[in-house]
Structure formats: structure tokens, C-alpha cells
Design a protein around this ligand. Structure first.
Ligand code: SF4
Length: 249
């Protein structure tokens, strides 16, 4: 077993050492075990990031069974469906989550780069950067590790996800990395989790209103995101260096 990485008050945990330590104990664990391991290791320096989208209820419910006090970070881009915000409030109440934080873009960034709110028409990467990536980077300054609900079956850059990865000086935790679509459906059914209201209207993956479309039967579940563009990720799951590279193109 790897030694416990030094946790000095006020110092960041070394993310590579932390990943090695966590891998040695929880690489094969069930999702609940991965969350428990992260909470045990990082304490209040661990957060969960949720879009409160089509499949978000599973990870949020699971986290609530470990601790209802895990901070849940929700990026309120200013372009979300009203249904998503109401779903956020419903799930937070249903699961008893005590610390759901809505993170907004910086008003100066919006004034300088998107005063009319239509930057997404011209440059979705830049729009995602000021509405998601930059606010996320700011709020993560208070944390050493964060979890999200990405899964390997979602394909693309997600197809090789491990439970723990080091990125930008932090540890990213992917409790559902190895779950299949059936695992997700079974968990939802078992715990009678409510669907996002837009799922019934044909939305399989739900982000901002201007960049989310319905998907047809048989289409990839993320096919409705940034439809018609090569873009497949908003950027919060990429490193800041990768984001800068994309913006410089
Ligand atoms: S998903 Fe669309 S509207 Fe939302 S931040 Fe990205 S480009 Fe802007």
C-alpha cells in the first residue's frame, strides 16, 4: 500500500500522490465506495460538480447517502433552462442536500465579452470559457478534489476514464466511470429517482438552452449538445492548458 500523502494544514495535497493512494484502495470499489474514500481523504476540500441534467440524480442521490453536506457546485451560466433550476431545487430538497452552491459568471467578463448575451452564436468555446470554465476554476480554488458523473459509455474523451485522475493541481473523481447505461437505469428505478422534466420531451443530455437539442431514437445521447459543431465538451473537464489551446485556434 502507498503511504498516506502528507496533509499539512494550508498546503495543497499533491494530486499524483493522492491518486496513487486512492487508486490503491478504491480503484475497484463501487461508486459509493469511491465517494466515501474521497470524503474520508479530502474532507471538506472535496466537492461534487453537477449540471442537474438528465442523469445527475444518480450521483447526487448516491452522494447524499454518504453525506448530505458534501458541497455541490452548480454552474448557473445564465443560459440554462428554467426546468433545470427547478429540478435542482427539487433534488436538493428530496435528497436533503445542505450545501448546493450556484456559481455565476463574472459580471465584468460578461460585460466585456458578452454584453448582449449572444456570444454563443459567434464563439461557443469563448462563451463556455467565460460562463463555465473560468467560474469553475475560481470556485475550485477552495477544493483539492471534485467529482462528476462522467461515464465511460458516454464515449469520446470519456471512454478511458479512471476513478481518480490528477488534473490542474487537483484530483478529479469519477465514481460512475465504469457504470453502464443499464446500471444507471437500474439505480434510478430502484430509488425511484425523478427524471429531469425535459427528458420526456426528447432531451437526453441537458446543458444550456441555446446549445442543447433533442436527440432522435438511436442517436448518441450527447448528439444534441452543440449540434452541428465539432465541439463535444464545454471545457470544465479539460485542463486549463487545453482550454487555452482551443481558444487560441
Ligand atoms: S453551452 Fe452554449 S450558451 Fe452555455 S456557456 Fe457554452 S456556448 Fe455558452
Amino acid at each position: 500500500m502507498t503511504a498516506v500523502p502528507a496533509l499539512n494544514t494550508g498546503d495543497m495535497v499533491d494530486p499524483l500522490e493522492a491518486v496513487n493512494y486512492l487508486d490503491a484502495r478504491y480503484a475497484q470499489a463501487k461508486p459509493e465506495g469511491v465517494i466515501e474514500g474521497a470524503v474520508k481523504f479530502f474532507g471538506d476540500r472535496f466537492a461534487l460538480v453537477s449540471s442537474f441534467g438528465a442523469e445527475s440524480a444518480v450521483l447526487l442521490h448516491m452522494a447524499s447517502t454518504v453525506s448530505k453536506d458534501i458541497p455541490v457546485l452548480f454552474l448557473d451560466t445564465g443560459k440554462l433552462f428554467g426546468e433545470t433550476k427547478r429540478y435542482r431545487d427539487q433534488l436538493a430538497a428530496d435528497f436533503g442536500l445542505t450545501d448546493v452552491r450556484s456559481i455565476s459568471p463574472d459580471q465584468n467578463d460578461l460585460q466585456a465579452e458578452d454584453p448582449k448575451g449572444n456570444l454563443w452564436v459567434r464563439d461557443t468555446n469563448r462563451c463556455c470559457y467565460i460562463r463555465k470554465v473560468a467560474p469553475m476554476a475560481r470556485v475550485l480554488e477552495g477544493f483539492d478534489a471534485w467529482a462528476s458523473g462522467r461515464k465511460r459509455y458516454q464515449g469520446g474523451v470519456r471512454s478511458l476514464l479512471p476513478h481518480f485522475e490528477a488534473s490542474d493541481g487537483r484530483v478529479k473523481v469519477n465514481p460512475l466511470a465504469f457504470w453502464t447505461k443499464d446500471d444507471v437505469a437500474d439505480y434510478k428505478a430502484k430509488h425511484q429517482l425523478p427524471d429531469h422534466p425535459l427528458v420526456a420531451e426528447g432531451f437526453a443530455s441537458i446543458g444550456c438552452m441555446p446549445c442543447t437539442d433533442r436527440v432522435a431514437a438511436g442517436e448518441d445521447e450527447r448528439a444534441g449538445r452543440w449540434r452541428g459543431q465539432t465541439k463535444t465538451e464545454c471545457g470544465i473537464h479539460l485542463s486549463l492548458a487545453e482550454n487555452r489551446r482551443i481558444l487560441s485556434k
